[in-house]
Design a protein around this ligand. Structure first.
Ligand SMILES: [Zn+2]
Length: 451
């Protein structure tokens, strides 16, 4: 798997509902007009020791149970060891997320997810019962299962879905993966192919990062490692998942509509920060704005015709994978081609707002400091007097300043990549990379005092 810190999901791999191509599609929140007014109480901190300790214990106990139960799977000692090695890797990866606070708790969201999982469990005798939820601080709309009793759900799922039906659709797909024992099938496949410990050892070293979305994709990538099996499993989980879903009484079409949501998400790139805003926010009493900060390469030389605007309606058509999945489900279950949509409940809307409000804090907690500052500035354009945003801007610049001093800026701020980025985002990157440490320090000090 390619290692690229700011684009952890660069390779298309998957056992979750979605295979996400680009992490920085985090921008969808913005495109959807995330509520910002309710964000006031949110802290950019992931420090909830009590919860971390509780969930850590629960997770460890569950892992031990699963490792024990693996004995029943085979009499082949070597194969058993192989299963255990694989699970130990996965558990280590997720455990790291628990310990650093990337697994967190929004009680109302977790209990809604658990309730839906319980409803799904009641629909079929073979459906797993008593499933637990681990909620991750990732903004990517995704969920994951690895064959244990947890469904790993990114908070971004709530931020990006439209209604409870779509959440249920994703969960049904995940439960179907569990029912079909896909993780074990993949392990067996690897074992037969002798694609074993070397790769595992290599990937284990990559678990050191604190970013929840990265660990999430790593685990998925680890399981599937670019297997063709992944495609088969996705289609199987889609169809088996639909059979669970249709018993829940939601409009059939919402099941495939979820796929279109993914496409929107994937095609969304950081955009919206205007050139004139730099002067507005960085012309400071102790440091007048310097036009040179915005000087850089002539981006107009690049061919922007090649760049697809975000939320392009045609983009759904250009992604065969989603199209294929939708066509497959429509063919098997013609009622899914229906036009009827679900109406979001008040409870759903509330949870969606809660999830959206975690978007900016999560960028900070997941150490995407460049994106964090970029989107803060976009938000400040709209509400220039928001005190919390100014305070966060100070904290963002503090991290960027520290990174710059330690020669580690590239770990937290993207480098310019004309093919993949919008003009606005490239201008921003140019600005950040042009600032000298002492200039960053003055910006940091100014906004830290403002907040
Ligand atoms: Zn899947």
């Amino acid at each position: 798997m390619a290692v690229n810190i700011l684009h952890p999901t660069g390779s298309r791999i998957g056992s979750g509902f979605f295979t996400i191509g680009k992490a920085w599609a985090l921008a969808l929140c913005l495109a959807l007009g995330c509520s910002t007014t309710h964000a006031q109480q949110l802290a950019i901190s992931n420090d909830d020791k009590e919860f971390t300790e509780m969930i850590g214990k629960l997770y460890t106990a569950s892992n031990e149970e699963l490792l024990e139960a693996l004995q029943q799977e085979t009499d082949d000692k070597k194969l058993l060891r192989y299963y255990k090695e694989n699970y130990k890797y996965i558990f280590a990866s997720i455990n790291k997320q628990i310990q650093n606070g990337s697994v967190f708790n929004i009680p109302v969201v977790v209990s809604a997810l658990k309730q839906t999982l319980a409803n799904i469990g009641n629909q079929h005798p073979d459906a797993p019962k008593g499933l637990q939820v681990l909620l991750l601080r990732s903004d990517m709309p995704n969920a994951l299962t690895v064959g244990d009793k947890f469904v790993y759900v990114n908070i971004g799922l709530y931020a990006h879905m439209d209604n409870d039906a779509q959440i249920a659709a994703v969960l049904c797909h995940e439960v179907a993966h569990l029912m079909l024992r896909h993780t074990m099938q993949v392990f067996q496949y690897h074992y037969k192919k002798n694609q074993d410990q070397k790769e595992a050892a290599k990937q284990l070293r990559e678990v050191s990062t604190g970013r929840s979305d990265r660990a999430f994709e790593l685990v998925r990538g680890y399981i599937y490692q670019g297997l063709k099996l992944s495609r088969t499993h996705e289609l199987e989980a889609d169809s088996a998942g639909y059979i669970l879903y249709r018993k829940l009484g939601y409009p059939p079409a919402e099941y495939t509509r979820v796929l279109a949501m993914l496409e929107k998400f994937e095609d969304t790139k950081p955009d919206g920060l205007k050139t004139e805003s730099y002067k507005r926010f960085f012309n400071l009493p102790l440091q007048p704005f310097n036009d040179k900060w915005l000087q850089g390469e002539d981006f107009s030389a690049y061919n922007y015709n090649a760049y697809k605007p975000r939320l392009d309606k045609d983009s759904v058509e250009s992604h065969p994978k989603s199209k294929e999945r939708t066509a497959y489900i429509n063919k098997l279950f013609p009622e899914t081609a229906d036009a009827k949509t679900a109406t979001p409940t008040a409870a759903f809307t509330n949870m969606k707002t809660l999830a959206q409000n975690h978007w900016l804090p999560n960028l900070y907690i997941n150490e995407y400091y460049g994106l964090f500052v970029y989107y803060l500035l976009v938000q400040l354009q709209a509400s220039p007097d928001n005190k919390q945003y100014k305070e966060w801007l100070g904290k963002g610049f503090e991290k960027i300043y520290e990174a710059r001093k330690a020669y580690q800026l590239n770990k937290y701020v993207d480098v310019i990549a004309p093919k993949d980025q919008t003009k606005s985002y490239m201008e921003f990157l140019n600005f950040i990379w042009n600032l000298k440490p002492e200039e960053l320090e003055k910006i940091k000090n100014y906004y830290n005092a403002k907040g």
